[in-house]
Design a protein around this ligand. Structure first.
Ligand code: MLT
Length: 261
């Protein structure tokens, strides 16, 4: 791992390859290991950098009970600048996608192209917000063990392979309870950025697992329709975590997209 002081914290990141920069933003409650297959397989095309977002993995622990998507976006903008690049090909999954849309809103000059994977542009419903706060309270009281079991079922397609299961469990178990609570509150408070989609002028691909129950293909299609010139890629046999469930299909989609830029 490498480390960079960013704003008031230190972010850890994994890096492979050289050339134009690609930055990979992981989902909740995960870390840079979501992207290990992409970092390696695409290292001939890009300088691939996958940070542990604030509070995750080997990055500094959080000191606040709220991690706003805007905070993550500001960190990513500084990371790109700190790596001596004007902009990056931004690849994001789920919560990483919420942050990527905040990055487009706040620092569009930092995005050269965009991949939105297994994510949504809308905000939480009232019921969704209440559910996140209930989960956060339970995690604060009893730890995140119960959440691990729930997420193992919710995030993966039913027949996901052993390697994907092991990697997912290890990422969830490696995420501090404080971080889980802060990310849940940050996601609960996030803005609806659907109106922003029509302003996305950089080349964009929306990727979704065919069996993604959390951010299903119809949502992905809706987003792709609202983004001028976005392509949609639906990956058969994958749930919400396409990069670890079907790495070859994701790598192929990214390679084809980047080769055209
Ligand atoms: C994620 O994968 O980042 C989460 O499922 C996103 C969410 O809970 O909305």
């Amino acid at each position: 791992m490498q480390f960079m002081e960013i704003r008031d914290t230190t972010l850890a990141y994994q890096s492979r390859g050289e050339g134009d920069l690609a930055v990979f933003l992981h989902g909740f409650p995960l870390d840079h290991r979501l992207w290990l297959d992409q970092l390696d397989s695409l290292s001939d095309l890009r300088h691939n950098v996958a940070p542990d977002l604030r509070g995750s993995g080997s990055s500094d622990p959080l000191v606040s009970g709220l991690l706003a998507m805007e905070e993550i976006a500001d960190d990513v903008a500084e990371l790109i600048a700190g790596l001596d690049h004007q902009s990056a090909d931004v690849v994001s999954l789920s919560m990483g996608g919420y942050a990527a849309l905040a990055l487009w809103e706040r620092h569009p000059e930092r995005i050269r192209s965009l991949v939105l994977m297994d994510t949504r542009s809308g905000a939480d419903s009232e019921a969704g917000r209440a559910g996140r706060r209930e989960t956060a309270e339970r995690v604060a009281e009893e730890g995140s063990g119960f959440l691990t079991e729930n997420l193992m079922k919710a995030l993966l397609a039913p027949d996901a392979g052993l390697a994907a299961r092991i990697r997912l469990r290890s990422m969830i178990e490696g995420t501090a309870a404080e971080t889980i609570v802060a990310h849940l509150e940050g996601m609960a408070r996030r803005a609806d950025r659907t109106d922003l989609l029509s302003s996305i002028t950089v080349p964009t691909v929306v990727i979704v697992g065919e069996d993604d129950g959390l951010t299903p293909p119809d949502l992905a299609e809706h987003m792709a329709n609202l983004i001028p010139a976005a392509e949609l890629v639906v990956i058969p046999g994958a749930g919400h975590l396409t990069p670890i469930e079907t790495p070859e299909a994701v790598n192929k989609a990214l390679r084809e997209f980047w080769e055209k830029l």
